[in-house]
Design a protein around this ligand. Structure first.
Ligand SMILES: [Zn+2]
Ligand SMILES: [Zn+2]
Length: 136
């Protein structure tokens, strides 16, 4: 990921490297704010704009996924096509395996809506195991 950032012309500052490292191993789909708060104790001079712009650049290069859930954009180091399950109560996001949609589905979307499907990504909403138990 770092190598590709450099090739895209972004200077690899220690702060940017830290942001990439933090996200690369994070499977919780953090927001820019989450990462900013986590890194701030180690990098007190880091600004939110640095975190956001770095994540935005990574997303534009296709090196991370950007997932819009409600008003928040959550970043995802998993760039393979996959679905998500989102907990209504705690907001946890879980990766689910995805298989490509059947050609008949994409064809009917193309015909009915004049839209070429690239990928199918679904979001399932409900309660994670932990929150389901609390509610009982
Ligand atoms: Zn939950
Ligand atoms: Zn994901």
């Amino acid at each position: 990921m770092l190598e590709q950032l450099k090739r895209a012309g972004l200077k690899l500052t220690p702060q940017r490297i830290a942001i990439v490292r933090e996200l690369a191993t994070d499977l919780t789909h953090p927001t820019a704010q989450d990462l900013f708060e986590r890194l701030r104790p180690t990098y007190p001079t880091m600004s939110f704009a640095t975190v956001y712009n770095t994540l935005d650049a990574l997303a534009k290069l296709g090196l991370v996924g950007a997932l819009r859930l409600g008003s928040a954009v959550r970043f995802d180091p998993n760039t393979t096509v996959h679905h998500h399950a989102v907990c209504d109560a705690c907001g946890i996001v879980v990766d689910l395996p995805a298989s490509p949609p059947p050609p008949s589905v994409t064809r009917s979307i193309e015909e009915a809506h004049d839209f070429q499907v690239r990928v199918e990504e679904r979001t399932y909403r409900g309660r994670c195991g932990r929150c389901a138990h609390v509610g009982q």
